[in-house]
Design a protein around this ligand. Structure first.
Ligand code: SF4
Length: 435
């Protein structure tokens, strides 16, 4: 059900004409969220609204109590974010059919035009138009790219020479638990459509960007001169394009010589064909972000089903790799406990704890800007119908007591199978404890 937010705003402007714009905005947002959450037309909600000229605080209290029952819990000191609501139907993402990865255009920077990787990609996409460009930067200029560009990102692939930010510290907020991780900037953009994905907000590009100079990453690692835990998963899925880029065998071959460095390939695919075509290295960790199959179907569009991710993990273990799992984002809903307990059990039935390098936990969170994007790209989502409040880092999060409950439950289920598997929290506040 797509809700017409312009109708809601027009109603509020007329009905509560004596209130200022910001107050009208908050009422419109609350009306929208109540109608969406209760699956009713907003006019049904308006039937029980306090009548004009009721004071704003009374109207807001009524709406908040209906939309955010947790606010009634004394002493939580929490607040929702009541920013402007505006749904543009043109921005809706069509997730009915899985798209083929078949770019219309391959833009290749001059300096990498004749590299092995560029040849490999050209051969993979014989029907794409190839355009030689000086640099990506010059090609896109100062243009800003919006949601409509993001929805069409698979049309354009850019093969570039990456020359900065090869390895950088994980961008956890300074108020969060530091995970000691370094992110490797090996590509940007993902073919999947997880409704909660941060890339929708983060990426300002008209396409998928793939570096064709992996040897420079290896040189940059040598220059770092120390052992780290790192992975190429901040701006992309580490394996979704692997059959096209051919990165993984090169990564394994290189990092095999640095056994004290952990290199993580994190994915929601089952694209492990190239990876398992070479002997595994114990310091190359292949990891999967996991959710119950019901969540995979509802919000992780076009990714591999849960059973296929676990089967891929088994193949990687059989090839000599260790694996890791990220129960992140854990999504809270009625009945989540049974689904997530079964998920943890399935995971350890697929892979023995001794082959699991680590597990991370993180509850669903988002910036207010990302929430707006999700509302527009996935207007039928139910993710946003839960209660989110402004957290320690300005992101919208479940209430703290809910997050503690999620983490403690998840940890207790994990501990039944793996007493010594390292478990850590991702992007959580420092005061949060697991066990
Ligand atoms: S797999 Fe990861 S990067 Fe890709 S859409 Fe999902 S969350 Fe985003």
């Amino acid at each position: 059900m797509t809700i017409n937010t312009e109708h809601i705003k027009a109603f509020v402007r007329k009905y509560y004409h004596y209130l200022g714009i910001n107050k009208q905005q908050e009422i419109s947002r609350l009306l929208f969220e109540i109608a969406k959450r209760e699956r009713i037309d907003y006019t049904k909600v308006t039937e029980s609204l306090p009548k004009p000229p009721t004071r704003f605080s009374k109207i807001k209290d009524y709406l908040l109590e209906r939309r955010y029952p947790s606010l009634a819990v004394a002493g939580q000191g929490i607040r929702p974010a009541l920013f402007d609501v505006a749904i543009d139907p043109k921005l809706k993402m069509d997730v009915a059919l899985k798209p083929q990865i078949q770019p219309k255009n391959l833009f290749i920077e001059d300096s990498v035009f004749h590299t092995e990787m560029a040849n490999r990609v050209r051969t993979h996409f014989p029907e794409s138009t190839v355009e030689r460009i000086k640099t990506y930067k010059e090609h896109v200029g100062k243009r800003r790219f919006g949601i409509e560009d993001y929805n069409r990102r698979l049309e354009n692939f850019y093969l570039v020479r990456e020359d900065y930010d090869f390895f950088k510290k994980c961008p956890c907020s300074s108020k969060s638990v530091f995970c000691g991780y370094f992110v490797v900037n090996l590509g940007s953009g993902c073919p999947y459509e997880c409704s909660y994905c941060v890339l929708q907000d983060y990426i300002n590009s008209p396409g998928i960007i793939l570096p064709a100079n992996i040897e420079d990453f290896f040189a940059a690692f040598r220059n770092l001169g120390r052992n780290i835990r790192c992975g190429s998963c901040e701006l992309t899925d580490s394996l979704a394009f692997d059959h096209i880029t051919g990165y993984s065998p090169q990564i394994v071959a290189f990092f095999r010589s640095y056994p004290k460095t952990m290199y993580e390939l994190k994915t929601k695919s089952d694209n492990v064909g190239l990876l398992t075509s070479v002997p595994g290295a114990r310091n190359v960790i292949v990891s999967w972000s996991l959710n119950p199959q019901k969540i995979v179907e509802a919000v992780e569009h076009f990714t591999a089903p849960l059973a296929q991710r676990l089967a891929a993990a088994q193949r990687c273990v059989a090839s000599g790799y260790r694996v890791a799992f990220h129960f992140d984002p854990v999504i809270y809903y009625q009945g989540w406990e049974a689904d997530y307990e079964a998920l943890v059990d399935m995971t350890f039935q697929a892979v023995d704890a001794e082959n699991v390098a680590w597990i991370s936990l993180g509850a669903l969170r988002m910036t207010p800007r990302l929430k707006k994007i999700i509302e527009n790209r996935f207007p039928d989502n139910t993710l946003l119908d839960e209660e989110f409040f402004v957290g320690h880092d300005g992101k919208l999060r479940y209430p703290k007591d809910v997050r503690i409950f999620l983490y403690k439950k998840m940890t207790s289920w994990i501990r039944r199978h793996g007493k010594d598997v390292p478990v850590y929290l991702c992007m959580e506040e420092k005061s949060m404890r697991l066990e």
